[in-house]
Write a protein that binds this ligand. Structure first.
Ligand code: GLU
Length: 419
């Protein structure tokens, strides 16, 4: 599975399908179909940078499966983006939508770039040209992007605008996670983080643990980790550590979450105040003793190398693919309760679905309505996955995959093979 010591996320995602398939009555042909992507587009395109030099970028859009509905999934801007990562993320989107039972298939996109070193102007140009390059795959009935790592509502606005110009009329339903002013949904920005909190609370309830006493460790402080931190803090739980891509902050009695996040927004990095907290590395953060560990950054953070040193009682995966299958085995043996990514972080795509429905129907829902529906869907998803886990005596991740893959396989079976 490992190539040059690097874990290949697509190999990992396919391995997960094989694990789940052992508990589903599927023929080998169906399993092969579920493990392959449907469409893959690779584009190389030029952008004139601020220094007037032309730079070539590489981008991807992959649709994994559309048996249950239009392809859905975010676009990430990151230096490490490659085809196999996008394939894996597209596959996880398919299972995720199926686990929470929303009528979408799975897709993902990405551009290999470092937005931290680019001006807003360059990011806009890159976004517009990339949208144009992949526009043949997009559309409210075909494929609907959304924000992911290092993309945001502004980027979604440029996607919507570029696609609308191509069509000659406004098409808000082509993308979700837009600014509210352009047809974005109230509650979408916070949705993934909120979903992580909702499913974490369900896990605590199941394990008879008390929220107010819970110690929380969060890797990542973007719109997943940061939002989860704020909500846990408001509920009286103690967020004892949080990190960004550079470093972590730790105070065993609880961080001042508001100050930490305000500083992050102001300075665009975490600021350690030595009287209040200690600076730690991301690796140290993952291994802290805590009740809930929330990896909310990138893939392959918990591997066979560090899994045995993880001391969390619960892991709620805000990120996609943060735990490798080998690490899963070690954590399961240790009795760690895992709320897997395709359940824990499904709040984002769930509210994306609400946004899409509102766009298609030209309706505007209140934030209360969005949150109420989100809570019900996430709690139902948790209950269903837990039910399968308990009745079949399988880990939560396998149970979530059994539920998600089972629904996709059944949709495929009913649709049949053409011709
Ligand atoms: N990028 C988010 C995810 O990985 C959201 C995708 C969406 O809303 O389509 O779930």
């Amino acid at each position: 599975m490992a190539q040059d010591g690097k874990i290949n996320p697509f190999e990992m995602a396919k391995e997960q399908v094989d694990i789940a398939a052992q508990h589903l009555n599927l023929d080998p042909g169906s399993i092969e179909k579920l493990k392959s992507t449907k469409r893959e587009l690779i584009v190389h395109f030029p952008i004139e940078m601020d220094n007037k030099k032309v730079k070539i970028f590489t981008g991807y859009r992959v649709q994994h499966n559309v048996a249950r509905g239009p392809a859905k999934g975010g676009i990430r801007y990151h230096p490490d983006v490659d085809l196999d990562e996008v394939r894996a993320l597209a596959m996880w989107m398919t299972w995720k939508s199926a686990v929470v039972n929303i009528p979408f298939g799975g897709a993902k996109g990405g551009v290999e770039c470092n937005p931290k070193e680019m001006s807003l102007h360059e990011i806009e140009h890159l976004t517009r040209r990339f949208t144009w390059e992949i526009s043949l795959m997009l559309g409210p009935e075909q494929d609907i992007p959304a924000p992911d790592v290092y993309t945001n509502p502004q980027v979604m606005a440029w996607i919507m605008d570029t696609f609308s110009i191509l069509k000659g009329y406004s098409v808000p339903g082509v993308v979700t996670g837009k600014p509210i002013e352009l047809g974005g949904s109230l509650g979408r920005f916070e949705a993934t983080g909120r979903g992580v909190v909702i499913t974490s609370l369900e896990a605590l309830k199941h394990l008879n643990m008390v929220t107010e006493k819970a110690k929380i460790v969060i890797q990542g402080c973007g719109n997943v980790g940061g939002v989860a931190a704020m909500h846990f803090d408001r509920m009286g739980a103690k967020v004892i550590a949080i990190s960004d891509s550079q470093k972590g902050l730790y105070n065993e009695n609880g961080l001042d979450v508001k100050r930490v996040l305000n500083n992050k927004a102001k300075h665009r990095c975490l600021v350690c105040e030595p009287k209040e907290e200690t600076e730690i590395t991301n690796q140290e953060l993952l291994e802290l003793k805590c009740d809930i560990l929330i990896p909310a950054a990138m893939e392959s953070q918990i591997t066979k190398k560090n899994a045995s040193r993880i001391k969390a009682k619960v892991i709620a995966e805000g990120a996609n693919g943060p735990t490798t299958p080998e690490a899963d085995d070690i954590l399961n043996d240790k009795g760690v309760f895992i709320v897997p990514d395709i359940l824990a972080n499904a709040g984002g795509v769930t509210v994306s679905y609400f946004e899409w429905v509102q766009n298609l129907q030209e309706l505007i829902w209140s934030e209360e309505e969005v949150l109420d529906r989100l809570t019900r869907i996430m709690q139902k998803g948790f209950k269903e996955v837990l039910g399968i886990s308990l009745s079949q005596k399988i880990p939560m991740r396998t149970a979530a995959l059994v539920l998600g893959i089972g629904r996709v396989a059944e949709a495929s079976r009913l649709r049949g093979l053409y011709p």
